[in-house]
Design a protein around this ligand. Structure first.
Ligand code: DAH
Length: 349
């Protein structure tokens, strides 16, 4: 005799058939199993429960009430059990989770492209790391500057010819006396930092600068990082050592560079550092020098403008051109490539 046949004959009389259903529901292994047991149990036409209810008609009234109560209790219990089992089976068991979540770390990953930083922020991070190791603080300042910070306090008064070298984007302001501009250099950060910190101090300030300029080695927006070190006995020799360390660590240990005198109103003496362009042979710039750094001993007027006594303190400042250093490091012939957003270019690094 099949299980079903037993059940149908016992219907309504023996709770053992309902216990059987209960056991089978508990043991169901899938939502499908559960559904077929449910159909067997509660199917409208030939479901066991329906049959049992129908068979009540054959009972005498006293028996009938008792049996009906019993059946209803079973009905509720089994319905609840179905709901609960359906929920259990639908949410993955711990065991299933454990096996599906297993990651075989020895498998080779599929080859797909990983995102990475753009050359410029990546380089700036290494600048911060290299100077951080040499004890330099990192400062950040406004790209919209006042004429006072960008020029005057740096010993570049209005009629100074050095202003022409930095063709400036001026902002429209109501009062011509409070002229605002897009900073042409990160040098105003020297002033801001000296006004808010007491010597001895060491700081670098990386950021964007703007000039009306555009060709293979100039862009209207580019990046610089300014550096400043002030103390009681900071000398030009200290400056040279730091410049050389920075160039070797940031560009290459075998980078070729040269120091020569240069003029900047906010330093005295002023120096420039050129690096040798190392492109391939057809490149017309092969063997030529590219100016990468301006530096020098901070002018006493600048120290005075920041409330620092030039008789007690001295030091040096420098400004590096970020794009130019990267160009030399990776032999990139045209600086404008940095800003085109061309993935074929960016993916090479
Ligand atoms: N601010 C200069 C420029 O943009 C670079 C520079 C030169 C910065 C000499 C300095 C410095 O701090 O001492 O051309």
């Amino acid at each position: 005799m099949t299980e079903n046949a037993t059940l149908h004959t016992d219907m309504g009389e023996s709770p053992s058939s309902w216990q059987d259903f209960e056991r089978r529901l508990q043991a169901a292994k899938s939502v499908d199993d559960l559904a077929s047991i449910e159909q067997e149990l509660f199917g409208r036409k030939a479901g066991a429960m329906m049959m049992a209810l129908k068979s009540l008609h054959d009972r005498n009234p006293d028996d009938r009430r008792k049996a009906a109560e019993e059946l209803n209790t079973w009905k509720r219990q089994l319905e609840e059990l179905i709901v609960q089992r359906r929920r259990d089976l639908a949410s993955p068991s711990e065991e299933m989770l454990r096996s599906s979540d297993r990651i075989d770390v020895s498998l080779e990953l599929p080859q797909h492209e990983h995102g990475h930083l753009h050359l410029i922020p990546e380089f700036i991070r290494s600048v911060e790391e290299v100077f951080g190791r040499m004890g330099f603080d990192i400062a950040d300042g406004p790209e919209i500057e006042t004429e006072e910070y960008n020029f005057n306090l740096l010993n570049i008064p209005r009629d100074h010819p050095a202003r022409d070298a930095q063709d400036t984007f001026w902002l429209k302001t109501k009062n011509p006396e409070d002229r605002l501009l897009l900073r042409t250099q990160t040098s105003p950060m020297q002033i801001r930092y000296m006004q808010s910190h007491k010597p001895p101090l060491r700081v670098i300030a990386p950021g964007k600068v703007y000039r009306k300029d555009s060709d293979a080695t100039h862009s209207p927006m580019f990046h610089q990082f300014e550096g400043l070190m002030i103390g009681e006995d900071v000398t030009l020799a200290n400056m040279k050592a730091i410049m050389i360390t920075a160039i070797r660590e940031l560009v290459s240990p075998t980078a070729e560079f040269r120091f020569r005198t240069g003029f900047f109103p906010f330093v005295e003496p002023g120096l420039e550092v050129d690096m040798r362009w190392q492109g391939d042979e057809e490149d017309s710039r092969e063997g030529k020098w590219l100016e990468v750094v301006g530096c020098g001993m901070v002018h006493p007027n600048v120290l005075k403008n920041c409330g620092i006594d030039p008789k007690k303190y001295q030091g040096f400042a420098f400004g590096f051109g970020v794009e130019r250093m990267i160009m030399i490091k990776h032999q990139i012939p045209d600086l404008r490539a940095f800003f085109l957003g061309d993935l074929r270019f960016l993916r090479q690094f």
